[in-house]
Design a binder for this molecule. Structure first.
Ligand SMILES: [Zn+2]
Length: 402
């Protein structure tokens, strides 16, 4: 199993110069290869292999105008071609969008495999870069002097902060003890998530303040004259505010996903098809802000790593409108209705908790604690229709895919 440690790094000006040059070369190699793939696809309808891009790189290095590619370590250049190939494979498998060109405005990165860096007694150095790169190790439980990474990736964020990420192969941890607990999770806009246990997980605090600050800086930057020193200063502020928003959100998503995987053997979530929903402009901002896609990704890999299960329920399943007690299906439930009473069995429902319970049941999950059936619907007929229903389709359960 592979795990990664991300640390703040503090390169000396000399090291920063070499690494910045490396980033530039990585960008050139990535963009040239992407353009070549694109052209070839549109003229010959042929996909390009990694080996072909690697050969093209060898040829490119002989061109006088690209001779500068020889001045940096060749490993990150090959690595970026490998990454691109993986990105293309993911695209063709419909798992990811088409890879984009790299710009010098975005996050810069260079990956070094074992042949291109040295890690000895906790000191990290790279080929063609002077001295050891200073970084902050913050895992007190792990002795950095014994760390044996297979890859080291140096990144520079748009706000100017540097990081180094160590990839390490570790033995898979022993499967955690089953907790006997399962849950359905309803992701929402009012609360970040509501569990079938009745628990509510609020959105991260201070997020709106952070976003307001970011907007203010963006407006400030827009008012500054292009190319001016003040504009550059404002730009730094925007980038920093941006990192703050992103980091806070990521911390939150990590915390929630880790907690759920620790507490539950199986977790059911709805397939939200965020990509489709995001086309609705009004919802788009709210949804992308909550980070549902990232959350599901984290949940899935952590569950996989810990021997837990994530089940995904088809997005057409009417989880909000179905009574989790008797299975009665409402004809209509407006978005603003937070509570409702079932006309068939009289149960009073909280909209979100009811949805979470249905998601759990639809995924085939049963609380083992309630094996007597107190909370579980099973009359063999999942839906009792009270009106013409426009959106029932079979419930899909299983591997959520990558
Ligand atoms: Zn009912």
């Amino acid at each position: 199993m592979r795990t990664a440690y991300r640390c703040r790094a503090y390169p000396t000006p000399e090291q920063a110069a070499v690494l910045n040059r490396t980033f530039g070369c990585v960008r050139v190699v990535w963009n040239r290869a992407l353009a070549a793939r694109h052209t070839r696809w549109h003229t010959e309808r042929k996909a390009t292999s990694y080996a072909e891009t690697d050969r093209a790189l060898t040829e490119a290095k002989k061109l006088p105008e690209l001779a500068f590619l020889n001045e940096v370590s060749s490993v990150p250049l090959q690595q970026t071609l490998r990454h691109q190939h993986a990105a293309m494979t993911a695209f063709f498998a419909k798992r990811a969008r088409y890879p984009r060109y790299k710009s010098h405005h975005g996050r810069q990165s260079a990956s070094f495999t074992r042949s291109a860096f040295r890690m000895r007694d906790g000191a990290l150095s790279f080929g063609k870069t002077p001295g050891a790169l200073a970084f902050v190790w913050s895992w007190s439980g792990i002795d950095v002097t014994t760390l044996d990474p297979t890859m080291a990736t140096v990144t520079r964020d748009p706000d100017g902060r540097w990081f180094v990420t160590f990839a390490v192969d570790v033995e898979a941890p022993a499967a955690p003890v089953p907790t006997g607990q399962v849950t359905g999770v309803d992701l929402g806009l009012t609360d970040f998530a509501v569990l079938s246990t009745g628990e509510r997980i609020a959105h991260p605090k201070h997020m709106e303040q952070r976003e307001r600050r970011l907007k203010r800086y963006q407006r400030m930057m827009a008012r500054r004259k292009k190319g001016s020193a003040n504009r550059a200063k404002a730009k730094q502020k925007v980038a920093r505010a941006h990192s703050r928003v992103r980091d806070a959100r990521r911390d939150f998503l990590h915390k929630v996903s880790t907690d759920l995987v620790r507490r539950f053997d199986a977790i059911a979530v709805e397939d939200l098809a965020v990509a489709n929903m995001v086309r609705n402009r009004r919802l788009a901002k709210a949804i992308s802000r909550t980070g549902w896609t990232d959350f599901r990704g984290m949940l899935t890999y952590k569950a996989h790593r810990n021997g837990r299960t994530v089940a995904v329920v088809d997005r057409w399943y009417p989880s909000s409108k179905t009574c989790s007690t008797c299975g009665h299906l409402l004809a209509k439930l407006s978005l603003g209705t937070r509570h409702w009473s079932c006309p068939a069995c009289g149960t009073r429902h909280d909209r979100d908790i009811n949805a979470a319970k249905n998601i759990m049941v639809a995924a085939g999950l049963v609380e083992t604690r309630n094996a007597c059936g107190a909370d579980v619907r099973h009359d063999g007929q999942p839906f009792v229709l009270s009106a013409v229903n426009q959106e029932t389709r079979p419930v899909k359960v299983g591997d959520p895919g990558p």
